[in-house]
Write a protein that binds this ligand. Structure first.
Ligand code: GTP
Length: 336
């Protein structure tokens, strides 16, 4: 068991959306000396690793590809992390407190998180950070990898703001259409964006209410605000979540929210990336928002979710798309 909690950041985002550039900025900061990096590239050549070496020359860095292997680690993610944590720190560097994994632009976050789940002996606080390329905006939500990456994210960082500064104002709104429970980081101040994106994950949920607005998200993405009708039995909640995962399969991108159950004095934080659920835990926050679940999925119809058994536990809020065709998209955002 590690003595300190290590913040593990999964840096995800679609092809060319600015992950390596963001990481270079992280590694260039003075605060990066407690950081190790793992890069997983889709291609044969480890170019990202070369680029990152320019920024963080003395930091432990591992490649999960056919590229350079700077820490003499294998190709398996769990093994690599284990080695990074257990290997004595290079002279002059502080204890390891942060690991950043840059995934390839086509990585699905679910399998990555599944591998991390095997490392329970290390005390890691896992956060998913996704890039949102302002020059391409919502267009890449067509790709299921991009939609899954955004849906899994705790934080979504708008990139390339210098190229299209005018799009920054609308970015939080667009990001909320993709994932209303993610924190949107949209600023032209790159230093501020980098430090906000890679700060330790403090609270799991903003202590604010969720509201829906009339505006469609991407036509293939469905966002649903699910409200429990009241306190429910844990077995019913577990059964419902299990059945949602079974019914939607890989089209389920994300579930996150709070539910009150008979068996626990405090609301339970319920979270899944894809169909992989984190163990539910009681929220300690003083003033939690009213119970809710946000479900993000792709290519589904209302009935598929609303008819999941046991029925009658929840109400479902959807908004019709502006075209009036398939009632798939809503926009949800945090309001105070
Ligand atoms: N002007 C500008 N260009 C950027 C910015 N971020 C990334 N780029 C450029 O966009 C291209 C892709 O950036 P990368 O950081 O390599 O993106 P990536 O997500 O790591 O790409 P893959 O690893 O191929 O998926 C490069 O040419 C970068 O120089 C930015 O904030 N501003």
């Amino acid at each position: 068991m590690s003595a300190v909690i290590i913040d593990f950041f999964v840096l995800t985002g679609f092809l060319g959306s600015g992950k390596t550039s963001l990481l270079r900025d992280v590694l260039g900061a003075e605060t990066a000396s407690d950081t190790a990096v793992i890069v997983n590239e889709a291609g044969e050549v480890g170019l990202d690793g070369v680029l990152l070496r320019e920024s963080g020359d003395d930091l432990p860095m591992a490649m999960l590809s056919n590229g350079c292997v700077c820490c003499q680690v294998g190709s398996d993610l769990a093994f690599t992390i284990d080695r990074l944590i257990m290997t004595p720190r290079p002279a002059g560097l502080p204890p390891l407190r942060r690991i950043i994994l840059e995934t390839s632009g086509l990585s699905m976050p679910g399998p990555v998180l599944r591998q991390l789940a095997t490392l329970a002996e290390h005390r890691m606080r896992v956060a998913v950070i996704a890039t949102y390329d302002l020059t391409r905006g919502l267009a890449v939500a067509e790709f299921e990898e991009a939609a899954a990456q955004w849906a899994a994210a705790h934080r979504i960082v708008a990139t390339k703001a210098d190229l299209v500064p005018d799009t920054l104002i609308e970015a939080p709104v667009s990001i909320a259409q993709l994932n209303p429970v993610a924190e949107a980081i949209a600023t032209v101040d790159r230093t501020a964006a980098v430090s906000a994106a890679f700060a330790p994950l403090a609270a799991s949920l903003p202590s604010r209410e969720v509201a829906l607005e009339r505006r469609a998200a991407h036509p293939r993405l469905a966002l649903c605000l699910v409200r429990p009708r009241g306190e429910i039995a844990y077995a019913d909640l577990a059964g419902w979540l299990d059945n949602v995962a079974g019914a939607l399969g890989e089209r389920l991108l994300r579930i996150k929210g709070l539910v009150r159950v008979h068996e626990a004095p405090r609301p339970l934080l319920v979270e899944s990336v894809g169909t992989m659920f984190s163990p539910p835990r009681q929220l300690t926050a003083e003033k939690p928002p009213a119970p809710f679940l946000v479900v993000i999925a792709r290519d589904i119809d209302r009935a598929e979710l609303e008819q999941v058994a046991p029925t009658g536990l929840f109400t479902f809020s959807w908004r019709a798309s502006e075209s009036g065709v398939a009632p798939r998209g809503i926009r949800a955002e945090w309001v105070t």
